[in-house]
Write a protein that binds this ligand. Structure first.
Ligand SMILES: [Zn+2]
Length: 362
Protein backbone atom coordinates (compact mmCIF):
# COMPACT_ATOMS: atom_id res chain seq x y z
CA UNK A 1 0.00 0.00 0.00
CA UNK A 2 2.73 2.43 0.96
CA UNK A 3 4.51 1.39 -2.22
CA UNK A 4 1.58 2.60 -4.31
CA UNK A 5 1.35 5.76 -2.23
CA UNK A 6 5.03 6.39 -2.77
CA UNK A 7 4.69 5.82 -6.50
CA UNK A 8 1.73 8.18 -6.64
CA UNK A 9 3.57 10.88 -4.75
CA UNK A 10 6.50 10.63 -7.11
CA UNK A 11 4.09 10.80 -10.03
CA UNK A 12 2.53 13.98 -8.57
CA UNK A 13 5.97 15.46 -8.14
CA UNK A 14 6.84 14.66 -11.74
CA UNK A 15 3.52 16.14 -12.87
CA UNK A 16 4.28 19.44 -11.26
CA UNK A 17 7.99 19.63 -11.86
CA UNK A 18 9.44 17.12 -14.33
CA UNK A 19 12.43 19.10 -15.46
CA UNK A 20 15.81 18.93 -13.88
CA UNK A 21 18.31 20.96 -15.82
CA UNK A 22 21.87 20.37 -14.77
CA UNK A 23 25.08 21.90 -15.89
CA UNK A 24 27.66 19.47 -17.20
CA UNK A 25 30.55 21.42 -15.68
CA UNK A 26 32.98 19.56 -17.85
CA UNK A 27 35.70 21.70 -19.21
CA UNK A 28 35.75 21.59 -22.98
CA UNK A 29 36.86 23.43 -26.04
CA UNK A 30 34.05 24.45 -28.41
CA UNK A 31 34.26 22.59 -31.75
CA UNK A 32 32.70 25.54 -33.52
CA UNK A 33 34.58 28.63 -32.33
CA UNK A 34 37.34 27.29 -30.10
CA UNK A 35 36.18 29.05 -26.97
CA UNK A 36 36.92 27.29 -23.69
CA UNK A 37 34.06 26.83 -21.23
CA UNK A 38 32.38 24.40 -18.88
CA UNK A 39 28.74 25.12 -19.65
CA UNK A 40 26.23 22.98 -21.54
CA UNK A 41 26.31 25.52 -24.34
CA UNK A 42 29.17 27.63 -25.63
CA UNK A 43 28.75 31.13 -24.17
CA UNK A 44 30.34 32.71 -27.25
CA UNK A 45 28.62 31.02 -30.22
CA UNK A 46 25.84 28.99 -28.63
CA UNK A 47 26.82 25.55 -29.93
CA UNK A 48 25.97 22.64 -27.69
CA UNK A 49 28.92 21.32 -25.68
CA UNK A 50 28.28 17.68 -26.56
CA UNK A 51 28.85 18.23 -30.26
CA UNK A 52 32.18 16.74 -31.17
CA UNK A 53 33.35 15.72 -34.63
CA UNK A 54 30.69 13.87 -36.62
CA UNK A 55 30.30 10.17 -35.77
CA UNK A 56 27.67 7.50 -36.38
CA UNK A 57 26.17 8.58 -33.08
CA UNK A 58 25.71 12.13 -34.33
CA UNK A 59 24.09 10.76 -37.48
CA UNK A 60 21.56 9.06 -35.21
CA UNK A 61 20.87 12.13 -33.09
CA UNK A 62 20.80 14.24 -36.25
CA UNK A 63 17.95 12.14 -37.60
CA UNK A 64 16.13 12.16 -34.26
CA UNK A 65 16.55 15.95 -34.14
CA UNK A 66 13.59 16.25 -36.50
CA UNK A 67 11.39 15.27 -33.56
CA UNK A 68 13.15 17.62 -31.13
CA UNK A 69 15.59 16.62 -28.43
CA UNK A 70 15.52 16.12 -24.68
CA UNK A 71 12.56 17.69 -22.90
CA UNK A 72 11.50 19.21 -26.19
CA UNK A 73 11.12 15.97 -28.09
CA UNK A 74 7.80 15.37 -29.79
CA UNK A 75 7.09 11.99 -28.14
CA UNK A 76 7.91 13.37 -24.69
CA UNK A 77 5.71 16.42 -25.29
CA UNK A 78 2.82 14.20 -26.36
CA UNK A 79 3.46 11.96 -23.36
CA UNK A 80 3.22 15.03 -21.13
CA UNK A 81 -0.01 16.04 -22.87
CA UNK A 82 -1.48 12.75 -21.65
CA UNK A 83 -0.25 12.83 -18.05
CA UNK A 84 0.32 16.49 -17.15
CA UNK A 85 -1.41 18.52 -19.86
CA UNK A 86 -2.41 21.54 -17.77
CA UNK A 87 0.97 21.81 -16.08
CA UNK A 88 2.77 21.55 -19.40
CA UNK A 89 0.62 24.31 -20.89
CA UNK A 90 1.25 26.55 -17.89
CA UNK A 91 4.98 25.87 -18.06
CA UNK A 92 5.04 26.78 -21.72
CA UNK A 93 2.96 29.94 -21.64
CA UNK A 94 4.67 31.27 -18.56
CA UNK A 95 8.01 31.19 -20.35
CA UNK A 96 9.42 27.64 -20.14
CA UNK A 97 9.58 27.24 -23.89
CA UNK A 98 12.09 24.42 -23.62
CA UNK A 99 9.42 22.34 -21.89
CA UNK A 100 7.67 21.43 -25.09
CA UNK A 101 8.02 20.72 -28.78
CA UNK A 102 6.82 23.87 -30.61
CA UNK A 103 3.02 23.59 -30.24
CA UNK A 104 1.90 24.81 -33.66
CA UNK A 105 4.35 22.48 -35.39
CA UNK A 106 3.11 19.71 -33.13
CA UNK A 107 -0.49 20.42 -34.18
CA UNK A 108 0.43 20.14 -37.85
CA UNK A 109 2.37 16.91 -37.37
CA UNK A 110 -0.36 15.23 -35.30
CA UNK A 111 -3.00 16.37 -37.81
CA UNK A 112 -0.98 14.87 -40.67
CA UNK A 113 -0.59 11.62 -38.74
CA UNK A 114 -4.33 11.52 -38.11
CA UNK A 115 -5.08 12.26 -41.76
CA UNK A 116 -2.80 9.40 -42.82
CA UNK A 117 -4.53 7.07 -40.37
CA UNK A 118 -7.94 8.18 -41.65
CA UNK A 119 -6.79 7.37 -45.16
CA UNK A 120 -5.40 4.03 -44.12
CA UNK A 121 -8.63 2.92 -42.47
CA UNK A 122 -10.88 4.68 -44.98
CA UNK A 123 -12.59 6.67 -42.24
CA UNK A 124 -15.62 8.40 -43.65
CA UNK A 125 -16.53 11.83 -42.24
CA UNK A 126 -18.95 13.53 -44.58
CA UNK A 127 -22.48 12.46 -45.33
CA UNK A 128 -21.75 12.63 -49.05
CA UNK A 129 -22.28 16.30 -49.75
CA UNK A 130 -19.66 16.65 -52.43
CA UNK A 131 -20.51 17.50 -56.01
CA UNK A 132 -23.24 19.94 -55.04
CA UNK A 133 -22.38 23.49 -56.02
CA UNK A 134 -23.01 26.08 -53.34
CA UNK A 135 -26.26 27.86 -54.19
CA UNK A 136 -26.92 29.51 -50.84
CA UNK A 137 -25.10 30.25 -47.60
CA UNK A 138 -26.15 27.02 -45.85
CA UNK A 139 -24.64 24.80 -48.54
CA UNK A 140 -21.54 26.99 -48.50
CA UNK A 141 -21.21 26.23 -44.78
CA UNK A 142 -21.63 22.50 -45.51
CA UNK A 143 -18.76 22.89 -47.95
CA UNK A 144 -16.66 24.51 -45.22
CA UNK A 145 -17.34 21.57 -42.87
CA UNK A 146 -16.31 19.15 -45.59
CA UNK A 147 -13.13 21.11 -46.22
CA UNK A 148 -12.39 21.03 -42.49
CA UNK A 149 -12.69 17.24 -42.48
CA UNK A 150 -9.84 17.16 -44.99
CA UNK A 151 -7.74 19.78 -43.21
CA UNK A 152 -7.69 18.63 -39.61
CA UNK A 153 -4.98 20.97 -38.34
CA UNK A 154 -6.89 23.99 -39.60
CA UNK A 155 -10.18 22.58 -38.37
CA UNK A 156 -8.77 22.08 -34.87
CA UNK A 157 -7.17 25.51 -34.90
CA UNK A 158 -10.40 27.20 -36.03
CA UNK A 159 -12.64 25.17 -33.74
CA UNK A 160 -10.51 25.62 -30.65
CA UNK A 161 -9.88 29.30 -31.38
CA UNK A 162 -13.60 29.79 -30.62
CA UNK A 163 -12.65 28.91 -27.04
CA UNK A 164 -10.02 31.65 -26.65
CA UNK A 165 -12.27 34.51 -25.57
CA UNK A 166 -14.71 32.45 -23.45
CA UNK A 167 -11.85 30.77 -21.57
CA UNK A 168 -10.08 34.09 -21.14
CA UNK A 169 -13.22 35.52 -19.60
CA UNK A 170 -14.16 32.52 -17.45
CA UNK A 171 -10.70 32.00 -15.96
CA UNK A 172 -9.63 35.60 -15.47
CA UNK A 173 -9.60 35.29 -11.70
CA UNK A 174 -7.98 31.83 -11.70
CA UNK A 175 -5.83 31.11 -8.64
CA UNK A 176 -2.82 29.62 -10.47
CA UNK A 177 -2.86 31.67 -13.64
CA UNK A 178 -4.55 34.99 -12.99
CA UNK A 179 -5.04 37.46 -15.85
CA UNK A 180 -3.77 35.32 -18.69
CA UNK A 181 -3.61 37.20 -21.98
CA UNK A 182 -5.35 36.41 -25.26
CA UNK A 183 -2.06 35.41 -27.00
CA UNK A 184 -1.43 33.02 -24.13
CA UNK A 185 -5.01 31.86 -24.65
CA UNK A 186 -4.15 31.10 -28.26
CA UNK A 187 -1.34 28.76 -27.19
CA UNK A 188 -3.58 27.13 -24.58
CA UNK A 189 -6.01 26.22 -27.35
CA UNK A 190 -3.25 25.04 -29.69
CA UNK A 191 -2.08 22.58 -27.03
CA UNK A 192 -5.64 21.42 -26.40
CA UNK A 193 -6.12 21.03 -30.15
CA UNK A 194 -3.04 18.78 -30.28
CA UNK A 195 -4.41 16.78 -27.38
CA UNK A 196 -7.79 16.43 -29.08
CA UNK A 197 -6.32 15.19 -32.35
CA UNK A 198 -3.97 12.84 -30.52
CA UNK A 199 -6.79 11.23 -28.54
CA UNK A 200 -8.84 11.01 -31.72
CA UNK A 201 -5.92 9.22 -33.34
CA UNK A 202 -5.68 6.79 -30.42
CA UNK A 203 -9.45 6.26 -30.43
CA UNK A 204 -9.45 5.37 -34.11
CA UNK A 205 -6.37 3.22 -33.73
CA UNK A 206 -7.72 1.28 -30.75
CA UNK A 207 -11.43 0.96 -31.41
CA UNK A 208 -12.45 1.91 -34.87
CA UNK A 209 -9.74 0.08 -36.74
CA UNK A 210 -9.85 -3.23 -34.92
CA UNK A 211 -12.99 -3.78 -32.89
CA UNK A 212 -15.77 -3.79 -35.41
CA UNK A 213 -14.16 -2.35 -38.51
CA UNK A 214 -16.44 0.64 -38.22
CA UNK A 215 -15.13 3.45 -40.37
CA UNK A 216 -17.72 6.00 -39.44
CA UNK A 217 -15.68 9.12 -38.77
CA UNK A 218 -18.70 11.12 -37.64
CA UNK A 219 -19.25 8.55 -34.91
CA UNK A 220 -15.65 8.87 -33.77
CA UNK A 221 -16.01 12.66 -33.75
CA UNK A 222 -19.21 12.38 -31.71
CA UNK A 223 -17.48 10.21 -29.08
CA UNK A 224 -14.64 12.71 -28.94
CA UNK A 225 -16.90 15.73 -28.53
CA UNK A 226 -19.47 14.25 -26.15
CA UNK A 227 -17.32 12.10 -23.86
CA UNK A 228 -13.60 12.69 -24.26
CA UNK A 229 -13.50 16.46 -24.81
CA UNK A 230 -15.25 17.40 -21.54
CA UNK A 231 -13.02 15.03 -19.53
CA UNK A 232 -9.94 16.40 -21.33
CA UNK A 233 -10.91 20.00 -20.63
CA UNK A 234 -11.60 19.18 -16.97
CA UNK A 235 -8.09 17.81 -16.46
CA UNK A 236 -6.44 20.53 -18.53
CA UNK A 237 -8.11 23.48 -16.87
CA UNK A 238 -7.91 22.06 -13.36
CA UNK A 239 -4.14 21.64 -13.67
CA UNK A 240 -3.67 24.85 -15.60
CA UNK A 241 -5.82 27.28 -13.63
CA UNK A 242 -5.98 25.66 -10.20
CA UNK A 243 -9.69 25.80 -9.43
CA UNK A 244 -11.24 22.92 -7.47
CA UNK A 245 -13.44 20.28 -9.14
CA UNK A 246 -16.70 22.27 -9.00
CA UNK A 247 -15.10 25.54 -9.97
CA UNK A 248 -13.59 23.76 -12.96
CA UNK A 249 -16.70 21.76 -13.94
CA UNK A 250 -19.08 24.67 -14.31
CA UNK A 251 -16.51 26.78 -16.10
CA UNK A 252 -15.83 23.95 -18.58
CA UNK A 253 -19.55 23.55 -19.24
CA UNK A 254 -20.06 27.28 -19.70
CA UNK A 255 -16.98 27.48 -21.94
CA UNK A 256 -18.47 24.76 -24.17
CA UNK A 257 -21.74 26.69 -24.31
CA UNK A 258 -20.02 29.99 -25.08
CA UNK A 259 -17.82 28.33 -27.69
CA UNK A 260 -20.96 27.20 -29.51
CA UNK A 261 -22.19 30.79 -29.40
CA UNK A 262 -18.94 32.19 -30.76
CA UNK A 263 -19.32 29.70 -33.61
CA UNK A 264 -22.90 30.86 -34.19
CA UNK A 265 -21.91 34.52 -34.17
CA UNK A 266 -19.10 33.86 -36.66
CA UNK A 267 -21.58 31.92 -38.79
CA UNK A 268 -24.03 34.85 -38.67
CA UNK A 269 -21.34 37.34 -39.66
CA UNK A 270 -20.55 35.08 -42.61
CA UNK A 271 -24.25 35.09 -43.54
CA UNK A 272 -24.48 38.89 -43.35
CA UNK A 273 -21.48 39.30 -45.64
CA UNK A 274 -22.58 36.55 -48.05
CA UNK A 275 -26.04 38.05 -48.63
CA UNK A 276 -24.74 41.61 -48.75
CA UNK A 277 -22.48 40.44 -51.54
CA UNK A 278 -25.42 38.73 -53.24
CA UNK A 279 -27.47 41.91 -52.67
CA UNK A 280 -30.25 40.03 -50.89
CA UNK A 281 -30.91 42.58 -48.20
CA UNK A 282 -33.73 40.77 -46.40
CA UNK A 283 -31.67 37.61 -45.96
CA UNK A 284 -28.73 39.68 -44.78
CA UNK A 285 -30.94 41.42 -42.21
CA UNK A 286 -32.12 38.06 -40.90
CA UNK A 287 -28.50 37.01 -40.29
CA UNK A 288 -27.87 40.38 -38.65
CA UNK A 289 -30.78 39.78 -36.25
CA UNK A 290 -29.51 36.27 -35.56
CA UNK A 291 -25.97 37.46 -34.88
CA UNK A 292 -27.04 40.27 -32.56
CA UNK A 293 -29.42 37.95 -30.70
CA UNK A 294 -26.68 35.36 -30.10
CA UNK A 295 -24.29 38.08 -28.98
CA UNK A 296 -26.81 39.37 -26.48
CA UNK A 297 -27.39 35.91 -25.00
CA UNK A 298 -23.60 35.61 -24.64
CA UNK A 299 -23.64 38.95 -22.89
CA UNK A 300 -26.25 37.66 -20.40
CA UNK A 301 -24.13 34.58 -19.69
CA UNK A 302 -20.98 36.67 -19.28
CA UNK A 303 -22.71 38.98 -16.81
CA UNK A 304 -23.75 35.97 -14.73
CA UNK A 305 -20.20 34.59 -14.90
CA UNK A 306 -18.81 37.95 -13.89
CA UNK A 307 -21.03 38.04 -10.81
CA UNK A 308 -19.94 34.52 -9.79
CA UNK A 309 -16.26 35.20 -10.59
CA UNK A 310 -15.99 38.38 -8.57
CA UNK A 311 -18.48 37.29 -5.88
CA UNK A 312 -19.39 40.95 -5.54
CA UNK A 313 -22.31 40.20 -3.18
CA UNK A 314 -19.82 39.07 -0.55
CA UNK A 315 -18.54 42.63 -0.37
CA UNK A 316 -22.05 43.96 -0.18
CA UNK A 317 -21.95 45.21 -3.77
CA UNK A 318 -25.39 44.39 -5.13
CA UNK A 319 -26.10 47.30 -7.43
CA UNK A 320 -23.98 47.59 -10.53
CA UNK A 321 -23.31 43.99 -11.65
CA UNK A 322 -26.91 42.98 -11.08
CA UNK A 323 -28.22 46.05 -12.88
CA UNK A 324 -26.04 45.20 -15.86
CA UNK A 325 -27.43 41.65 -15.82
CA UNK A 326 -31.00 42.97 -15.79
CA UNK A 327 -30.18 45.30 -18.66
CA UNK A 328 -28.72 42.41 -20.66
CA UNK A 329 -31.83 40.31 -20.02
CA UNK A 330 -34.05 43.20 -21.11
CA UNK A 331 -32.10 43.59 -24.36
CA UNK A 332 -32.31 39.82 -24.91
CA UNK A 333 -36.09 39.98 -24.64
CA UNK A 334 -36.14 42.64 -27.36
CA UNK A 335 -33.80 40.76 -29.72
CA UNK A 336 -35.80 37.56 -29.16
CA UNK A 337 -38.98 39.40 -30.14
CA UNK A 338 -37.26 40.80 -33.23
CA UNK A 339 -36.08 37.33 -34.22
CA UNK A 340 -39.58 35.91 -33.81
CA UNK A 341 -41.02 38.75 -35.86
CA UNK A 342 -38.49 38.15 -38.67
CA UNK A 343 -39.18 34.42 -38.54
CA UNK A 344 -35.62 33.37 -37.62
CA UNK A 345 -34.92 31.02 -34.75
CA UNK A 346 -33.94 32.90 -31.60
CA UNK A 347 -30.76 32.15 -29.71
CA UNK A 348 -32.41 30.06 -26.99
CA UNK A 349 -34.18 27.79 -29.50
CA UNK A 350 -30.99 27.64 -31.50
CA UNK A 351 -28.82 26.56 -28.59
CA UNK A 352 -31.33 23.91 -27.52
CA UNK A 353 -31.32 22.66 -31.12
CA UNK A 354 -27.52 22.49 -31.21
CA UNK A 355 -27.32 20.74 -27.86
CA UNK A 356 -29.87 18.23 -29.10
CA UNK A 357 -27.89 17.66 -32.27
CA UNK A 358 -24.66 17.12 -30.37
CA UNK A 359 -25.75 15.23 -27.27
CA UNK A 360 -28.82 13.31 -28.42
CA UNK A 361 -27.10 12.19 -31.62
CA UNK A 362 -29.65 14.01 -33.78
ZN1 LIG B 1 31.64 28.27 -29.51
Amino acid sequence: MSYIKDKYQRFRQWQQQPFDYQDGHEHHRCCNCGNNSDNNYCPRCGQKAIYGPITWHSVGTGILDVWGVGTRSLPYSLWQLIWRPGYLIRDYISGKRQASFPPVKMLVIVAIALALLNNLFGMNYSDNLSGVAATDYESLIDGVYEWMGDHLAWAALIGFSFFIVPVWFLFRQAPRLPRHTLPQGFYIQVFIGVQFLMFMLLLILLFFSTLNKSNNGSEATAIMVVIILPIMLMCDYKQLFGYGWWGTIWRVLVSLLLMLFVGKVVNSIGGIIYYLYEQQWAASAKYLAKGVDRLVLMWVILEIVNIINTKSWRNGIWGKPFMRLLLAIAVLLITTLVCNRLGVDNSIDSIIGSMGAIYMND
